[in-house]
Design a protein around this ligand. Structure first.
Ligand code: PXP
Length: 246
């Protein structure tokens, strides 16, 4: 069964739009995460960014003690954030590149250019009992390098696929790239997640990509929640994911 991890960063984005600098305020990403779990989500994803633009340190602590499914903490290789992650013990960390000027995570991590430092970070997490996922473009060189680091998972960046879907161009090419990356990752013993830009319209096409374990979806679910509520938004996404045969 294909699993769904809901990224609730944008619940915190909405809170920070009004309550930045305060330790209280609504909406609460932890409440939202609990609703997602009740609706059947298999995990919750949050990204603690260096600039703390949405998720705050206290959210990470509260999320860890509140949710009952898996906590996936996204982070960049920044010593302060790595230390917080090790102290909080999420079930899995997803290592992403971070750029202060970006609106959201833009590209995949350049693993092939920094295998040794990522392998060292991966070992620190493994020693703390935390699984590691690397957020990479569907590029065979990056998949091979990811395997060399000893990471347990890769998360395939589906942003180019989502863009191609919107432009109605190169879609077959992007699906082929994702499928080739998933095949190689599986062959090398990596487990395969995917995420970024997935929504209620493009999800069905992703069924053509083999070996997917979990999808991490944020923006589209939180947007849909504004009109139908977060439970229904999650249920609708799970319905679209049903029938995936891998
Ligand atoms: N996976 C990763 C690694 C991400 O950085 C993001 C964006 O925060 C997502 C998944 C979710 O992307 P979206 O919000 O477009 O669904």
């Amino acid at each position: 069964m294909l699993k769904l991890g809901v990224n609730v960063d944008h619940v915190a984005t909405l809170r920070e739009a009004r309550y930045r600098g305060s330790t209280t305020g609504e909406p609460d990403p932890v409440d939202a995460a609990l609703e997602c779990e009740d609706a059947g989500a298999n995990g919750v994803t949050i990204h603690l960014r260096e600039d703390r633009r949405h998720i705050q340190d206290r959210d990470v602590r509260r999320m860890r003690t509140s949710i009952k499914t898996r906590l996936n903490l996204e982070l960049a290789n920044i010593p302060e954030i790595v230390a917080i992650a090790i102290g909080t013990r999420p079930d899995v960390v997803c290592i992403v590149p971070e750029n202060r000027a970006e609106i959201t995570t833009e590209g995949g991590l350049d693993v092939s250019g920094q295998v040794e430092s990522i392998a060292a970070m991966r070992k620190r997490f493994t020693d703390s009992g935390i699984d590691v996922s690397l957020f990479v473009d569907p590029d065979l060189r990056q998949i091979e390098a990811s395997s060399e680091t000893g990471a347990q998972f890769v998360e395939l960046h589906t942003g180019a696929f989502a863009d191609a879907f919107n432009r109605k161009s190169d879609l077959g090419l992007e699906i082929d790239r994702l499928a080739a990356a998933a095949n190689l990752a599986h062959k090398l013993g990596l487990r395969v997640n995917a995420g970024h830009g997935l929504n209620y319209s493009n999800l069905q096409l992703l069924h053509q990509v083999p070996y997917l374990v979990e999808l991490n979806i944020g923006h589209s679910i939180i947007c849909r929640a504004i009109t139908v509520g977060i439970r229904k938004a999650v249920e609708e996404m799970l319905l679209l994911m049903g029938g995936y045969t891998g």
